[in-house]
Structure formats: structure tokens, C-alpha cells
Design a protein around this ligand. Structure first.
Ligand SMILES: Nc1ncnc2c1ncn2[C@@H]1O[C@H](COP(=O)(O)OP(=O)(O)OP(=O)(O)O)[C@@H](O)[C@H]1O
Length: 467
């Protein structure tokens, strides 16, 4: 550790307390850790023309703020976006483990400011440049690694749950830091985009409304279709990148439609079904032809620090909360006990709230001693209607809000759940609401879920299952 650099920054901190008109700000820290730093940057075109900071905490935080300002002022936006904890610590002549927290906070604040500024930047287009969406997971890290020659990285902050994620209210979410660290190790500029308001309005609120209406919504499909990929494409424009890449497993056909990934076990084309053809034209899926073991092998070979990170299992905003609790806390959906009845109207049990059930569900009904397994057929207000597997079967499914990219007579199959297999079908009717006539019975078509309309394994349209 070189105390001299540290002392210089501490004695004459660069940009400390300077107010910059027209600046974009980012803050990090807070009451829980007792340190708070705010960093401001002014970006003109593709350059950081000015930077400043304010810190309330230990001396190391002041020195770290000063180091961050020194490193980014006058630099190209992409070079500024390559500055992270390591660079800040190095500018201070190295930091002891106890003081690294200060560099972490300064980097978090810097990246929040740069992310906000990037939304108004104007970087000249490079026809090869690709913005890579990095989640902090292994798939997107490998996507970035494969495209590293021309890549700029972005991580979205979508949700921060103050009650369940105490660490996140003090520092930035762990996943964002991890993604930034991985991007920086590859030498990539990294941006953090705060999409919390857009995510709340465009994904979480419709999710809560869907459950309140007795449906089983599919928030990832609408998030990909109308929120996160659109926002990242807009950022790509600002950063002069014609393309956006993700770690999704999906392919694109020559005529610009989504197609199932080469590895059917990992295929995520269903989750991307709401993407418009205009967006698909700009998407790149570097994992399209790979299997998960191959991806892990590439990650290990490249020594990516996330090589053995587990896959995400649940909706991102439910992490650490659980659906029932989330619905109660954020949507006011409290338990309302009701009856479990058969299609004939016989009462066979009781439940604590109809919103805990989805069509096709078998487990958790608590109905013992039935001669055959019972499934949820539908919910009606506070009543949950159950029946046998045969009674659950349907050959006609109504779809609303449909968008077709090809004539309806090209639809020859549909996927009615993320992990269910495609069912051969045909479209009956026209416009944005129509029926699907299935060639085989389907068990568990749940209102609110996405109907992914297919021609073979190519996605030719999308709609929402309706009651
Ligand atoms: N918060 C985020 N910020 C930026 N991109 C994201 C974010 N979350 C997901 N993505 C992008 O969407 C892709 C698919 O996300 P999904 O949630 O399905 O994660 P995944 O399949 O576990 O991938 P990964 O291993 O990259 O997390 C990711 O590979 C990444 O490119």
C-alpha cells in the first residue's frame, strides 16, 4: 500500500463539494453502513467533461470519491465505465481489506451516475458494437466473453426489496457488483441502468393486478417483451451499438423470427415470445447453439468467476420473499378463506385464499380421500373448483391480446406453459382475440399465461390465455 497517493487525495480531494449544473448523480451507502457518497458526472456526446462528489463518512470514502473523479474526468464515456473498485483502489496506492468498502461505494455511486448519464449520451455508431446484457449469472457472462472484442456491458437494477435485502439498502445489489466485476475483468465498459420505476409500472403492477383478477400472469414474458429489452435497445442506440446480446438460449431464423434453441432442455424462446420483429432484428443470442454444460465449460476455461454459479430459479423480484408474502405486501392480496368445490358443486375442502392456486395445480389442495387425484379447474371469486384430470383437459383455448407475425393459417402448434411441450393446433377466428383448436387435449391452460404460437419450432405470434 502506497500511503502517499492516499494522503494526497485526502488532503486535496478532487471535485469535493463542487456543484455541477446539468450533472447526473448517483448515490451509494446509507444509514445502515454509516457511509454515504454522491457522485456527479456531466457527459457531453461521448465524453465525461466534468465530475464531482460529496462524501459523508470516513476519510477513506473521501479519498475514494476523489480517486473516482480523477479517473473519469475528461475521459471517454467507455473508459470511465471501465473504472471500478480495483481501479479506484489502485489510484489510492492500494487499500487494506477494511478500506475496500469505500472504493466499492465510490464505484457504485459512479456507476449509478454514469448509467443515468448514458441514457442521454451520444456515442458515434460502430457497426460491430454490441451491448451485452449481464445479469451476474454464468450465461450472460459467457455471452459477453464470446463477444468481448466488440462488447459494452449493461446490468439492470430492476427491484430492490428494502425489507428482505438489508444489504441492498446499504450498498448496491450484489448481482450488479458481480456483473460489473466480471465485465471489468474482461476489460469491458460496464453500465448500470436503474429501471426500478419502469419495472414496477410495467411488470410488477400488472403481475399484482393479474393475481387480483384470479389469473396466473407471466411477468418474464412481458418484462422481456415490453420493458427490459426495449430499454436496453434504447440504451444501445445512445451507446452507438446496433446490437443487443443476452444469455438467452434461443435462435433467430433467416427471416427474422425467434426459433427454439438448439438445446431443447434450455430453450427460452417462450420467454422471449413478446419481442417484436423490429427488436428481434437487433438481438444476438451467442448461446443459441450451445448446451448448458458447454457454456459452463467455456466459463471455466476462461476462468470467469461465475463459472459455477447456480441458475436462477424463481422470478427475480421474489428472491428471498416467496410469492404469497410478496402478493400480500406489495399487492394487498391478503388471504381470504373459501371453499374447494367439485364441478358438481360438492364442497370437498377449504382453502386460505384463491390466489394461492393456479389452473392445473394438484399439490397443496389438502383434499384427502378422493378416489382419484384432483386438480384445480378454475377459481371463481373465493371458490376453488377442482376436478379429475379428464375434467381438466381442454381442446379449445381462448387467447386475447394476440400479435401474429405471420398469417394465422401458418400457426400449427402452441406452447401454453413455459416448460410444456408444443400442442398441435389451428387458429379459429381473426384479430387480436381468437380461439385455438387443439389436436390433443391440454391439461392446465391457465388464464394469464402466455400462448406462444408456433410454426414448427419458430415463434410466429403470441397472446394471453383468457378464461
Ligand atoms: N438484471 C439484468 N441486467 C441485465 N441483463 C439481464 C438481467 N437479468 C437478466 N438479464 C439478461 O437476460 C438473460 C436471461 O435472463 P434469466 O433471468 O433467464 O437468467 P439466466 O438464464 O439464469 O441467465 P444468467 O446465467 O445470465 O443469469 C441473461 O442471460 C441476461 O443476458
Amino acid at each position: 500500500m502506497d500511503r502517499e497517493r492516499f494522503e494526497e487525495h485526502l488532503a486535496a480531494p478532487q471535485g469535493c463539494g463542487v456543484v455541477l449544473p446539468g450533472a447526473h448523480d448517483g448515490a451509494a451507502g446509507g444509514a445502515l453502513c454509516g457511509d454515504l457518497i454522491r457522485l456527479s458526472v456531466v457527459v457531453e456526446g461521448d465524453r465525461v467533461v466534468a465530475a464531482a462528489f460529496d462524501a459523508d463518512g470516513c476519510g477513506a470514502l473521501t479519498a475514494a470519491g476523489s480517486a473516482a473523479v480523477t479517473l473519469v474526468e475528461g475521459e471517454h464515456l467507455f473508459d470511465a465505465a471501465r473504472v471500478g473498485t480495483t481501479a479506484i483502489a489502485a489510484e489510492l496506492g492500494g487499500l487494506s481489506p477494511g478500506k475496500l468498502h469505500a472504493a466499492d461505494l465510490a464505484a457504485d455511486a459512479l456507476h449509478r451516475a454514469l448509467g443515468a448519464a448514458a441514457r442521454e449520451a451520444a456515442v458515434p455508431v460502430d457497426s460491430e458494437r454490441v451491448l451485452v446484457a449481464m445479469s451476474g449469472g454464468v450465461d450472460s457472462a459467457v455471452a459477453a466473453h464470446l463477444l468481448r472484442e466488440n462488447a459494452v456491458a449493461v446490468t439492470l437494477e430492476l427491484w430492490r426489496d428494502e425489507e428482505n435485502d438489508a444489504a441492498a439498502s446499504c450498498c448496491s445489489a450484489d448481482a450488479v457488483r458481480l456483473a460489473r466485476m466480471v465485465a471489468h475483468q474482461m476489460g469491458l465498459p460496464h453500465f448500470t441502468l436503474d429501471l426500478r420505476p419502469e419495472f414496477r409500472a410495467g411488470v410488477v403492477d400488472p403481475f399484482l393486478a393479474g393475481y387480483a383478477a384470479g389469473e396466473t400472469p407471466n411477468p418474464c414474458v412481458s418484462c422481456n417483451g415490453h420493458v427490459r429489452l426495449d430499454e436496453m435497445l434504447t440504451l444501445a442506440d445512445r451507446l452507438g451499438a446496433p446490437f443487443l446480446a443476452t444469455g438467452h438460449y434461443a435462435r433467430v431464423t433467416e427471416d427474422g423470427l425467434l426459433r427454439a434453441a438448439a438445446d431443447p432442455a434450455k430453450d427460452q424462446s417462450y420467454m422471449l415470445a413478446a419481442l417484436s420483429p423490429a427488436s428481434i432484428a437487433r438481438m444476438r443470442f451467442p448461446l443459441a447453439e450451445l448446451t448448458k454444460p458447454q457454456v459452463r465449460e467455456i466459463a471455466a476455461g476462461a476462468r470467469l468467476p461465475v463459472a459455477s454459479r447456480a441458475d436462477s430459479q424463481d422470478l427475480c423480484f421474489l428472491a428471498g420473499t416467496g410469492k404469497a408474502r410478496f402478493l400480500a405486501r406489495h399487492g394487498g392480496l391478503e388471504d381470504k378463506p373459501g371453499e374447494i368445490v367439485t364441478l358438481a358443486g360438492d364442497v370437498v375442502g377449504a382453502h386460505r385464499g384463491a390466489h394461492h392456486f393456479t389452473v392445473g395445480q394438484r399439490k397443496g389442495l389438502g383434499v384427502g380421500a378422493a378416489p382419484e387425484p384432483l386438480y384445480v379447474i378454475r377459481t371463481e371469486g373465493t371458490r376453488v373448483v377442482v376436478g379429475s384430470r379428464d375434467e381438466l383437459a381442454t381442446r379449445r383455448v381462448r387467447v386475447r391480446g394476440a400479435r401474429l407475425h405471420r398469417p394465422s393459417d401458418e400457426v400449427d402448434a402452441v406452447r401454453l406453459r413455459y416448460h410444456s411441450r408444443a400442442v398441435p393446433c389451428r387458429v379459429v377466428g381473426e384479430g387480436r382475440s381468437f380461439e385455438l383448436e387443439l389436436d390433443e387435449p391440454f391439461h392446465g391452460a391457465a388464464p394469464g399465461q402466455t400462448a406462444c404460437l408456433l410454426r414448427g419450432d419458430v415463434v410466429v405470434g403470441v397472446g394471453t390465455i383468457t378464461a
